[in-house]
Design a protein around this ligand. Structure first.
Ligand code: NDP
Ligand code: 2IT
Length: 451
């Protein structure tokens, strides 16, 4: 069965690459999933007969459009934007918007594909989607960002809705962008309704949504460690990124008694051997969320810390790694370095931060490896709770939302264990997450017949 599955994977990937040329990130995300699912699909012919894998790797639809806007000098600028509506079998499309110059259709398809499985794992009724633009918000004024967001929404508004598709934030899209987008939607549609999540608290946002991805990633890590009779207390932790996910991963890991040694941005990483405590984190929050500055300033402010330009933090010895910046930020050789330095657990706050070869190395070494679609599901889960609160037209307390987030992350861990426990008792969280996410969506698709 195993050899047959390998041949089937190669054959499947051959067709997928031929149908989707020049999309390496999409190929990578699909390969990881198909490698783990193929033996199961071969054992369950109902999925194969219904071409479920072929259908799940083809988005329902993709909208591509031009976004024209005017900069502060009065120059006309044009960017490209996309919304990839991947699969709405178990609920309205749901997933973030990314604004970054590196955004391509390949990246949005990989993100939309992963979102289908992630959203399924949360147990909430959400389909998968992703969108965004190659617009670069760095160095733009608030007014320029506002004009860009308004122009983008002027097209996007006809494709979204609370029962159709509910976007949110991702890289380069935070509270400021969501506010501009929501304001423009409200103006165009003359409706005040939950068509975006990550909204401000004054206009339908949920408490804990800002913190949810980072907190959830740490809760997932703690669940993995508990399953081995261990915990984060006293552990040294390497974090990459200094954005939304990283900031709140550092906050929660520190609260749970760990010592966070590193953070990074696209300029390099800082290493603080004394640990990034609450006070220092407050500095980074202000630096990143208010001043939109560079992480290198940390080393100027705290003299025990060092800044390493153009490098990633994975060469620093540590026991736990929380990659929270971007895709493929842990190369195969970074993974080897982490293993050589004795890493115990990796919990992915970012989406697909580890190259496939690195994933295989972590799995072979049987360290605790929580893939993004499980470990970072807390963000979209609290987005789902924001949708629930919008429908109910009320707001839950911080404690209530945090409690629900903890329960969801524990349930995601349990689902991974149920579907990913090996005969020797160790848990393969990659297989567990892919299988558990898959079965719910696939069964819904089977029930619908040929649609
Ligand atoms: P932010 O834009 O808030 O922060 C991104 C951080 O990563 C910044 O420090 C940024 O540095 C760094 N970064 C981004 N791209 C690169 C790059 N190409 N090379 C080096 N560093 C980079 O984004 P988020 O924190 O929201 O997202 C981080 C990751 O988490 C992404 O993979 C996203 O898909 C994932 N995610 C986010 C969720 C959310 O709720 N926001 C939910 C689930 C997953 P710089 O500022 O210098 O660019
Ligand atoms: O990758 C992700 O899960 C997100 N960017 C969050 C999506 C959401 O709808 O909250």
């Amino acid at each position: 069965m195993w050899i047959e599955a390998c041949q089937e994977v190669d054959c499947f990937m051959h067709g997928l690459i031929k149908r989707n040329p020049g999309e390496p990130e999409f190929h990578q995300a699909v390969r990881e999933v198909v490698e783990t699912l193929m033996p199961y699909v071969l054992e369950h012919p109902q999925y194969r007969d219904a071409q479920i894998l072929e259908r799940m790797t083809e988005p329902d639809r993709i909208v591509i459009f031009r976004v024209t806007w005017e900069d502060d000098q009065g120059q006309i600028r044009a960017n490209r934007a996309w919304r990839v509506q991947f699969n709405n079998s178990i609920g309205p499309y749901k997933g973030g918007l990314r604004f970054h110059p590196s955004v391509t259709l390949s990246i949005l398809k990989f993100l939309g594909f992963e979102q289908v499985f992630k959203n399924s794992l949360t147990g909430l009724p959400m389909g998968g989607a992703k969108g965004g633009s190659n617009f670069n918000p760095k160095g733009k004024s608030d007014r320029e960002v506002m004009r860009f967001c308004q122009s983008l929404m002027t097209e996007l508004f006809r494709h979204i809705g609370e029962d159709t598709d509910v976007p949110a934030g991702d890289i380069g899209v935070g509270a400021r962008e969501i506010s501009y987008l929501f304001g423009q939607y409200k103006r165009l549609a003359n409706r005040f309704t939950g068509i975006l999540t990550g909204k401000g608290l004054a206009f339908g946002g949920s408490l804990v949504r800002t913190e949810a991805t980072g907190y959830g990633c740490v809760y997932f890590c703690e669940n993995m460690l508990h399953a081995r009779g261990d915990s984060l207390r006293g552990k040294t932790v390497l974090v990459s990124g200094a954005g939304n996910v990283a900031l709140y991963a550092v906050e929660k890991a520190t609260e749970l008694g760990a010592k966070v040694l590193t953070m990074s941005d696209s300029g390099g990483f800082i290493h603080d051997p004394d640990g990034i405590d609450a006070e220092k984190l407050a500095f980074v929050k202000e630096l990143k969320e208010v001043r939109r500055g560079r992480i290198s300033e940390y080393a100027e402010k705290f003299p025990h810390a060092t800044f390493h330009a153009g490098e990633r933090p994975w060469s620093v010895p540590g026991e736990v790694a929380l990659p929270c910046a971007t895709q493929n930020e842990i190369s195969a050789s970074d993974a080897q370095t982490l293993l050589t330095n004795g890493i115990l657990a990796v919990s992915e706050g970012a989406n697909m931060p580890t190259e496939l070869e690195g994933v295989h190395a972590f799995l072979d070494a049987q360290i605790l490896f929580g893939p993004g679609k499980a470990a970072n599901a807390g963000g979209v889960a609290v987005s789902g709770l924001e949708q629930s609160q919008n429908s109910l037209r009320l707001s839950w307390s911080r404690a209530e939302v945090d409690q629900r987030l903890q329960t969801i992350m524990r349930d995601v861990h349990t689902k991974c264990a149920d579907h990913g426990t090996e005969p020797d008792g160790t848990i393969n969280y990659v297989r567990g997450a892919n299988l558990a996410g898959f079965v719910k969506v696939a069964d819904a698709m089977l029930a619908y017949g040929a649609v």
